[in-house]
Design a protein around this ligand. Structure first.
Ligand code: T3D
Length: 262
């Protein structure tokens, strides 16, 4: 049973809703444990076609629950690397490696590691009233959970510096203009947009989407030659999928393809 998150699995789509609305869905150890369980389940599903991640209530996620960290006495220190190693690093790594698109719907403020979590997703929608805050600087921490990787790649070094050093909120509209997220949507469009994405995930060519995700992320570290080779390898695999056979047949027959995700 889940408490700190809500979890559902419908038509091959995993729904994760961060569920501590009165604390703006900030991360606790319990939430991490439940997320780990949800990831175990998703990774075990051969019929997985996508994941939809969002938050309950008015916030998306305010990062680490700061109430979970007892105040330190003078001379006392805390090993924060341990929390990252145990919880955040595996979560971000597993989301990135999942062989299906992970789509994030930022329903409200995303701060600290909550912003990192959103940016770790493959596709990000945010409602107009949402804000993104690299809150780390305000408590004398370094951006973590992948933010120092995602931000400069998505928006460039200068904007990443501004957001991280000054911890000023970035609006959803600004985030879209910067290319930090895919789309800013009206607040009242959230549920219908989730429905649309659900349909896109369940009718899409899942294997091709997974291979595309892999190739686009690999490009960050690859030369053109390496990337061309990777495309050859992946396209070879795609040519052997049932969905490619169906896609090319449907094109010739001038009808919509019926992809099975295989
Ligand atoms: O420790 C480690 O493991 C290291 C890893 C760190 C990763 C991190 O994420 S560090 C960054 C942690 N997050 C923050 O510093 C953000 C803290 N929150 C805020 O700055 C603000 O809450 C927001 C800008 C996100 C939203 O502001 P606002 O005005 O919309 O809401 P609020 O009134 O501040 O928050 C509503 C309630 O949620 C409030 O409680 P109350 O007064 O109603 O009882 C607030 O205390 C609580 N809340 C918000 N964020 C957190 C939180 N409680 C615990 N932890 C939080 N992160």
């Amino acid at each position: 049973v889940f408490e700190a998150i809500l979890f559902d699995y419908r038509d091959g789509v995993g729904y994760i809703t961060l569920n501590r609305p009165d604390r703006l869905n900030s991360f606790t150890q319990q939430m991490h444990d439940e997320l780990r369980e949800a990831m175990d389940f998703l990774e075990s599903r051969a019929d997985l076609r996508g994941v939809i991640l969002t938050g309950a209530g008015r916030g998306f996620c305010a990062g680490q629950d700061l109430g979970e960290r007892q105040p330190l006495e003078p001379g006392q220190f805390r090993d924060l690397g341990e929390a990252l190693e145990k919880n955040y690093k595996p979560l971000i790594t597993r989301l990135r490696a999942l062989p299906a698109p992970v789509v994030c719907f930022v329903n409200g403020v995303a701060a600290g590691a909550g912003m990192s979590l959103a940016l770790a997703c493959d596709l990000v929608f945010a409602v107009q009233s949402a804000r993104f805050i690299q809150a780390f600087a305000k408590i004398s921490l370094v951006p973590d959970a992948g933010s120092t990787h995602f931000l400069p790649r998505l928006v460039g070094t200068q904007r990443a510096m501004g957001a991280a050093l000054l911890a000023e909120p970035v609006s959803a509209e600004q985030a879209e203009q910067w290319g930090m997220i895919w789309k800013c949507i009206a607040d009242d469009q959230l549920q219908s947009q989730i429905q649309t994405v659900h349909t896109q995930l369940t009718t899409g060519a899942t294997r091709a989407m997974a291979a595309t995700k892999h190739a686009l992320y690999a490009s960050a570290d690859n030369t053109l030659q390496q990337q061309l080779d990777l495309e050859i390898e992946l396209q070879r695999e795609m040519g052997m999928t049932e969905d490619y056979r169906e896609g090319s047949k449907a094109f010739r027959e001038k009808r919509k393809p019926l992809f099975q995700g295989r």
